[in-house]
Design a protein around this ligand. Structure first.
Ligand SMILES: Nc1nc2c(c(=O)[nH]1)N[C@H]1C(S)=C(S)[C@@H](COP(=O)(O)O)O[C@H]1N2
Ligand SMILES: [Mo]
Length: 251
């Protein structure tokens, strides 16, 4: 026969077990809920398949960086002697087809109104040379030497009102590679329509006859073999943006 004291202890032990069990169950339920929420956030993606939280941060990045962007801020330049002779070739999207000998730069003034320009038209502008540290988003960089015309000079002559638009869109002649770039970066004094590397004609795998050099951006925006340039207030399509990268890709 139990005395009253023992009974008390047994009941307390029982209560304790019950409480631990409840606490543990709540913990498990909470953990399941947390995992569910985490998965939900992580699996929400945009058109590019980029997780929503990441895309939100990338877009905030663009707002912050473009608000402090200034065309007075020049990328560091180097003496020609520091430029590498063996320039890395990185990416050949849009360069695979044979280059058409009748290449023209298609400058879209308005939909349905396109100027066809030759290399002679482009070489009429004063030549700018630039030696700077070219940075690829994959993590490598190289001091390289380029020559061409300032995009701002070019635009002033051929399509001055275009500078009112928010973006420029550039693409290869076959439309396989394409980029969208904010107008402030396009008009930056170091942005050039480039036709020379190391003082010589641009090699085919580096974008002959004409490529973009834009030191305020990562390499992904330096489109090689420009076929078409157009302007728009909406973001033009962008190859690497569609594959999850930052649209702005500024430095
Ligand atoms: N047409 C075209 N342009 C392109 C690319 C590409 O694949 N196709 N790759 C870009 C990337 S990711 C980089 S880093 C630079 C590399 O330029 P380079 O090959 O002259 O070093 O070109 C950019 N322009
Ligand atoms: Mo790159």
């Amino acid at each position: 026969m139990m005395n009253d004291d023992t009974k008390d202890i047994i009941i307390t032990k029982h209560n304790f077990r019950k409480k631990s069990f409840l606490a543990f169950s709540f913990f498990i339920l909470f953990a399941i809920f947390a995992i569910f929420v985490w998965k939900k956030i992580n699996h929400a993606t945009d058109v590019a398949g980029t997780p929503k939280p990441l895309r939100t941060i990338l877009d905030k990045n663009e707002k912050i960086f473009s608000s402090i962007f200034s065309d007075q801020h020049l990328s560091k330049t180097y003496p020609v002697s520091e430029a590498v002779k063996k320039v890395r070739v990185n990416g050949d999207i849009g360069l695979k087809s044979d280059l058409d000998t009748s290449w023209r730069l298609h400058l879209v003034l308005h939909p349905g109104d396109t100027l066809l320009l030759t290399m002679d038209d482009i070489k009429k502008f004063p030549k700018t040379e630039l030696v700077y540290d070219f940075k690829c988003i994959e993590g490598w960089s190289q001091i390289t030497h380029w020559g061409g015309v300032k995009f701002s000079d070019f635009l002033k002559k051929y399509d001055p009102s275009a500078s009112q638009e928010k973006y420029a869109g550039l693409s290869t002649p076959d439309n396989e590679y394409y980029v969208g770039i904010d107008m402030a970066s396009m008009l930056h004094p170091q942005t050039i329509l480039c036709y020379e590397m190391n003082g010589k004609q641009l090699p085919v795998n580096q974008g002959y006859p004409l490529r973009l050099i834009i030191p305020v951006k990562y390499g992904i925006k330096h489109l090689k073999r420009i076929g078409t340039i157009f302007f728009s207030n909406e973001r033009p399509p962008d190859y690497w943006y569609e594959r999850g990268y930052d649209y702005y890709s500024g430095l």
